[in-house]
Design a protein around this ligand. Sequence first.
Ligand code: HPA
Length: 237
Amino acid sequence: MSTHIKDDAYFAKTVLMPGDPLRAKYIAENFLSDYKEVSNVRGILAFTGHTKEGKEISIMASGMGIPSIGIYSYELYSFYGVENIIRIGTCGGYQAECHVGDVILATSASSNSCYATQFDIRGVSISPSSDFSLLLKAYNNALKMGLNVHVGPIYSSDIFYDEDPNFYKKLQKLGILGVEMESYGLFINAMKLHKKAACILTVSDTFVNKEKEKDLTQEERQTKLNDMFKLALSLAD
Ligand code: HPA
């Protein structure tokens, strides 16, 4: 059925995808009840269990970058009956109002990736976007939780260590809120397969308030990430 996920793995309709396999394990251990590890191919851990409200949900790592999330999200949507994938991760903030520790909900993802060239639609740049119903629910729940939340476009980069340290300024001028490395591939797969996707990010570092704001400490990072995990888990239905 699939070459990158265990054949007999059982997934809930909604899957949360952190990049890091150990983060997937952490969420399962700390937030799910009666969960089971359902796949571990190449160390990409996947768990299915229940939220504290009794809703079935799965957590599976995506690995880093568009090629990696492109493979796993394609297989989950195509071969395992998954309907909703919510990426959860960290991003670098591009705007002064996006402080370290804040939450960003991506409306759309721009990218320097060639992932969309597979469609060969001459002269067209498609605009991969989040599903509106998931986004709206995430936004309302974030407000209820009292989180500092920003909603807007993000950039999914193929490059972490960019040769040009000022490259981000062009995207900043266009109002892009922050940078990560996966959502563009996930959103394109959702478009292609007529499924739903969303992306919830915690700002872990900033490109603009560098002198005033420090990156999150280990402890702050865990608290802020826990808030993001709870928000993502609230999207199970
Ligand atoms: N670049 C790309 N991805 C990221 C960053 C970044 O600065 N911070 C967190 N994820």
